[in-house]
Design a protein around this ligand. Structure first.
Ligand code: GRF
Length: 198
């Protein structure tokens, strides 16, 4: 039986697209549910095209409904892919060590509340750091503080704008997240992966 994966999105869903492309019909993990924090998320179009059930959980109602939705769909792994809301504590508890997130920086640097999307890359450039990258980590009660499962670095180049750096990091995210999901499916739970397994 393949690992049943729920993907949580808030926006265009480029990480969802990359994950769906990496999980062929015989893959040991299958996306069986998409949860969006916004009815306008572009990723919902992907869900419809792929014939995957999707649920919009917006506002406070969404916090308690998430737990029920995950249980109803017998979810084994929750993947946050551009998801901008905090996961309710009851969900973190019930799905301990079974929720992963992709972050567009080298955590623990440039993480935490408010550090999402273009804000991350602006901060990296403002810091003068010569490299950035992407991180996939376990989700716990604090933003971006869970155990790191995978990281991959990219150079910060002279003349970089936040948009150019974001695009370079996003390419890494699109490889790193599927690699971690596939490793989790093979092991039965999320595990750290090194550079060789990508
Ligand atoms: C991107 O900034 C990505 O780095 C982060 O969330 C944002 C949107 O991702 N994970 P997506 O294109 O909606 O997957």
């Amino acid at each position: 039986m393949p690992m049943r994966v729920a993907v949580c999105i808030s926006g265009r869903g480029s990480n969802l697209r990359a994950l769906l492309a990496a999980l062929g019909p015989a893959a040991p993990a299958q996306v069986v549910l998409i949860i969006s924090s916004s009815a306008e998320a572009g990723g919902l179009v992907l869900a419809r095209e792929a014939g995957i059930p999707s649920v919009v959980l917006a506002g406070q109602r969404g916090t308690s409904a998430m737990h029920q939705t995950l249980n109803d769909h017998r979810i084994d792994l929750v993947v946050l892919a551009g998801y901008l809301k905090q996961i309710p504590a009851d969900v973190v508890e019930s799905y301990r060590d079974r929720i992963i997130n992709v972050h567009p920086a080298l955590l623990p640097d440039f993480g935490g509340q408010g550090m999402y999307g273009i804000h991350v890359h602006r901060a990296v450039l403002a810091s003068g750091k010569r490299e950035s990258g992407a991180t996939v980590h376990l989700v716990d009660e604090e933003y971006d503080r869970g155990r790191i499962l995978a990281q991959e670095r990219v150079p910060v180049l002279p003349g970089d704008t936040p948009e150019l750096l974001a695009a370079r990091v996003l390419e890494v995210e699109h490889r790193l997240l599927p690699a971690v999901v596939l490793a989790a499916a093979r092991e039965g739970h999320p595990v750290p992966i090194g550079p060789s397994t990508r």
